[in-house]
Write a protein that binds this ligand. Sequence first.
Ligand SMILES: [Zn+2]
Ligand SMILES: [Zn+2]
Length: 156
Amino acid sequence: MSRLFTDVICMQSKKGQNKPSAVPFSWAEFLSQLEKKYSGFRFVEGRKFAFRPPRTIVFNSSEKSGDLLILHEIGHALSGHRFFGTDVERIKIEVEAWEKARELAKLYGVEFNEDLVQEELDTYRDWLHKKSRCPNCGLTRFQTQDSVYHCPNCDN
Ligand SMILES: [Zn+2]
Ligand SMILES: [Zn+2]
């Protein structure tokens, strides 16, 4: 008669957790790298990350994950984003800019923080959800290219 003892050892490997890089991140160095590569763009320090078409990229070097956020703005610039008709299109171009940022992150050894990206996109989704709700009856409205919202119930 034998008894079997089974030890279950959970080896929790946390995927996506990068080891700290040996070289400390330097904004000045990163920026000069970007300025060299994208000399057609203008990089300006500001309060909020933004792409101002046609060629200005605003960044805030004191923001957490700023290295990834600036790649996102470059993503907008490289994708040729100019304006958007509807709010749904806005979300589409946000996703597109993040896809571009994913490629760039690989190129520059920047950690692509999937959680941060989903958070950013959720902000837009929530915003769209709130905005599209009809204040009168609560139904979800639709938006036409002139960016005006219409309620299927209240508008005719
Ligand atoms: Zn964006
Ligand atoms: Zn309504």
